[in-house]
Design a protein around this ligand. Structure first.
Ligand SMILES: Cc1cc2nc3c(=O)[nH]c(=O)nc-3n(C[C@H](O)[C@H](O)[C@H](O)COP(=O)(O)OP(=O)(O)OC[C@H]3O[C@@H](n4cnc5c(N)ncnc54)[C@H](O)[C@@H]3O)c2cc1C
Length: 396
């Protein structure tokens, strides 16, 4: 049995949400320990590595060497490959960088360490410690040695497959129609355009999309996300991705140098993210944008709030759910409305036939959107094809 530990704030998981929580809790004067079950922060990468950039300064992240490419915009392709281009001016904060995700995650962990957080790798939480209904830390294992970590506040930042929430009795289950299964190849010798992130919609990727995120000239992440309830067996996403690649000569000639897979939630966020002594953040709280599958930004934005509230609770000597609700209110005020709106839009979009996607992209040709939003896109479509937007009246 390893030596037991105590801390003010224990963060389980050193992804972006965990490191941001650890950094902001430490900055606000709490003793922080962040544990990570893997041997290396950020690796192996399970990410398309695309992210918007407007939020970075809000949470104190400075652009760094982890940026591969700064794109000018995004191109959205209909099934017949009509293209709607969103340049940065119109996309606002929706486009930005393609990053080296392992470098990004390490940079955030370094920030957390510089703020005073302690970090332990190869240390997995194996259960939560409960006393009188309150979470008081976790059981953990490092190099196979079991021990306990007692904490005033425990934060579950343990990602899509989170167990902390479930162990603590929080409702974190998701339906298969609210999950995407993803597969991505990093491909070299391809004809990608480093000015754009590309998205291909329709039955090429049932309930999801194919993405091409350029990492450098000739090098791109080419991936697919498909709704779990729309595929039969784990081999199917690969069939769809291979079929898309085969149809695109600029990619069919490429060579794959890396394969990653994984799941993303495309659900609304959890109904409750705090309980006595515990908070959930990032993918663990289902904060991924259900429309785009992007979760880095939301995890970091919520992580900052989570870290600040954790430190406040420690200083106040009150880690009750009632106190930690400040975090629940804080992240919901920033993220919840858009998460629900985009979940609802996703629910509708994944029922549309290819012909409707073609009409939507057709209607957007030449349209200059002041701001990229589901509402603005639908308004533009409504002007040309009112019948297409019938399903979406709630957004108009
Ligand atoms: C294929 C794929 C492509 C994606 N592409 C994009 C994209 O292009 N842009 C984007 O914004 N988002 C993307 N996402 C989503 C994005 O990766 C996540 O939203 C993001 O990583 C969430 O950060 P997090 O800190 O909440 O969780 P994670 O980054 O998953 O971090 C959780 C950490 O907790 C650790 N952990 C888990 N259990 C334990 C335990 N019991 N004890 C200790 N440690 C534990 C894990 O090892 C992991 O390091 C993609 C996801 C997938 C699967």
């Amino acid at each position: 049995m390893g030596a037991d530990l105590t801390t003010d704030v224990l963060v389980v998981g050193a992804g972006p949400a965990g490191s941001m929580t650890a950094k902001w809790a430490a900055r606000h004067g709490a003793r922080v320990l962040m544990i990570e079950k893997r041997q290396e922060i950020g690796s192996p990468v399970r990410c398309g590595e695309g992210m918007s950039k407007a939020w970075l300064s809000e949470v104190g992240i400075r652009p760094g060497p982890w940026i591969n490419v700064e794109v000018e915009g995004a191109r959205i392709y209909s099934p017949s490959e009509k293209c709607f281009e969103i340049n940065e001016r119109h996309a606002g904060n929706e486009v930005g960088y393609v990053v080296e995700r392992d470098g990004f995650d390490k940079a955030l962990a370094i920030d957390a360490a510089n703020a005073g957080a302690d970090i332990r790798l190869k240390t997995a939480a194996t259960g939560v410690l409960k006393e009188g209904g309150r979470i008081v830390g976790v059981r953990a294992k490092q190099y196979g040695e079991p021990f306990e970590i007692r904490a005033k506040v425990t934060v579950g930042a343990d990602g899509f497959e989170s167990q902390i929430g479930r162990w603590a009795g929080l409702p974190t289950n998701i339906a298969t129609r609210d999950m995407d299964t993803c597969l991505q190849y990093r491909m070299t010798n391809v004809d990608c355009d480093t000015r754009y992130c590309d998205f291909f919609l329709g039955t090429v990727a049932p309930g999801g999309y194919v993405w091409v995120f350029p990492k450098a000239d000739g090098l791109a992440n080419v991936g697919i996300g498909v709704q779990l309830s729309k595929v039969h067996g784990i081999a199917e996403p690969r069939k769809y991705l291979d079929a898309w690649i085969a149809k695109h000569p600029g990619y069919a000639k490429g060579k794959t140098i890396d394969v990653v897979g994984g799941g993303v939630s495309i659900s609304p966020p959890v109904k409750q993210s705090v309980t006595d002594g515990l908070m959930l953040v990032g993918d663990a709280a289902r904060m991924i944008d259900p429309l785009t599958g992007g979760g880095i930004a939301n995890g970091c934005i919520a992580g900052k709030i989570c870290g600040e509230v954790a430190a406040e609770a420690v200083h106040a000597g009150d880690v009750s759910k009632a106190f930690l609700d400040r975090y629940e209110k804080g992240w919901r005020a920033k993220l919840e409305e858009k998460l629900y709106r985009n979940w609802y839009a996703k629910e509708k979009l994944c029922t549309l036939p290819d012909a409707t996607f073609d009409k939507i992209i057709d209607a957007l040709q030449g349209v200059r959107l002041e701001k990229l939003s589901v509402h603005n896109i639908l308004k533009a479509v409504h002007d040309k094809y009112p019948e297409v937007t019938k399903e979406f009246e709630a957004f108009l």
